[in-house]
Design a protein around this ligand. Structure first.
Ligand SMILES: NC(=O)c1ccc[n+]([C@@H]2O[C@H](COP(=O)([O-])OP(=O)(O)OC[C@H]3O[C@@H](n4cnc5c(N)ncnc54)[C@H](O)[C@@H]3O)[C@@H](O)[C@H]2O)c1
Length: 342
């Protein structure tokens, strides 16, 4: 079993992944500054993992841009790092590009330098399908052009570039860049889930907040896309499937020769906004009122992953469909209407 550093491990994807990695028997240090999360998520990870596994989780409150915080979190015996920490809101990245270059790019550079100093050369990086921009081909293979159209996507593309330059510069690096599609849902217990600050940027938490009565109605951006019902189509992936994809990536990197993997993590299935609304209404028994408004600049009609390379190389594929995403998302939202502050 390995000693792992999880940056951003208190966040949405990080907390679910931390639980899966603890349950697999690994020891974890989580480094998080809690700027978009709560220590309560890690307390619940420990509760779900049980006392024996919980004792294998250490939390360091700190920033990935701080060499001292990184040194404390890495120590001298870290086998691998799973790097979630970062800023992730597309709209905010347009308004505050320097913050995105600072945290996502400079923060990743600091982390890589600290890993070099600590002698750790194994990394799983949270990349994003956002870097495909408006895709030319759907389903999207990893060989599709990287053509981001916003600062968030540029920051992810820059880190991927930095990682491939680094891997080419010295032997021994084992790196997996995982390009996530649309992570949604929650742990089936309803104890862990997505708890966005302020108005949610993504469809799924917005829908669940409308269902629970925190917001009045959903705006559907565009009803005239070239899709079966006119609303945009995305590839949603259950956060527990995504967490299991990280466990598989850690296992493969630690077991195999040094390599640089770039993999889509998605289901390969597209669902429209209106399908998500109907599935969420069915799972929750609540109405989700919506209105169709104008398209947003920069949106694509359809983005769906070709997940075949991850299936082959990680021996992993998604197991959970849209109704389970909605059921588990509703279990979390209805038990925690105000997120971790409930
Ligand atoms: N959720 C998505 O839709 C999605 C899609 C593709 C890629 N990603 C990427 O996955 C990663 C995790 O996303 P998430 O949805 O769990 O987001 P999140 O905001 O819930 O988690 C990110 C965590 O990083 C922490 N953090 C931020 N800046 C930090 C810093 N400077 N130092 C230390 N900790 C810091 C936050 O407090 C938070 O706990 C991000 O890198 C994101 O870009 C997310």
């Amino acid at each position: 079993m390995a000693q792992l550093l999880i940056t951003g491990g208190a966040g949405f994807i990080g907390s679910h992944t931390a639980l899966v990695l603890l349950e697999a028997g690994h020891s974890l240090v989580v480094l998080d500054n809690f700027q978009n999360s709560s220590p309560e998520s890690l307390r619940r990870v420990q509760e779900l993992a049980g006392p024996e596994a919980a004792a294998k989780l250490r939390v360091v409150e700190g920033d990935i841009r701080s060499a001292a915080d990184l040194e404390e979190a890495l120590g001298s015996s870290t086998d691998a790092v799973v790097h979630f920490a970062g800023l992730k809101a597309v709209g905010e990245s347009v308004a505050k590009p320097l913050a995105y270059w600072d945290v996502n790019v400079c923060g990743s550079r600091q982390l890589l330098a600290a890993m070099q100093r600590a002698g750790c050369r194994t990394l799983v990086f949270s990349s994003s399908a956002t870097l495909y921009g408006i895709p030319d081909v759907v389903p999207i293979p990893e060989s599709a052009p990287v053509q981001p159209i916003n600062p968030y996507g540029h920051s992810k593309a820059a880190v991927e570039r930095m990682l491939s330059d680094l891997a080419a510069s010295e032997p021994g690096w084992r790196i997996a860049c995982l390009r996530y599609f649309n992570p949604v849902g929650a742990h089936p217990s309803g104890r862990l889930g997505e708890d966005p600050n302020g108005i949610p940027n993504n469809l799924f938490p917005f829908v669940s907040q409308v269902a629970v009565g925190r917001r009045n109605r959903l705006s559907v951006f565009g009803g005239d896309w070239p899709t079966p019902d006119g609303s945009g189509v995305r590839d949603y992936i259950h956060v527990m499937d995504l967490a299991e994809g990280h466990r598989a990536a850690v296992d493969v990197l630690l077991a195999e020769d040094p390599q640089l993997l770039t993999l889509n993590l998605g289901s390969g299935q597209g669902h429209s906004v209106l399908e998500v609304v109907a599935a969420f209404e069915a799972a929750s028994g609540q109405a989700v009122p919506y209105e169709v408004v104008a398209r947003r600049p920069g949106d694509a009609a359809t983005t769906v992953a070709d997940p075949s390379l991850a299936a082959e190389l990680l021996r992993w594929r998604t197991q959970r469909g849209l109704s389970q995403m909605c059921r588990d998302g509703w279990a979390w939202q209805s038990a925690n209407p105000q997120g971790y502050a409930s």
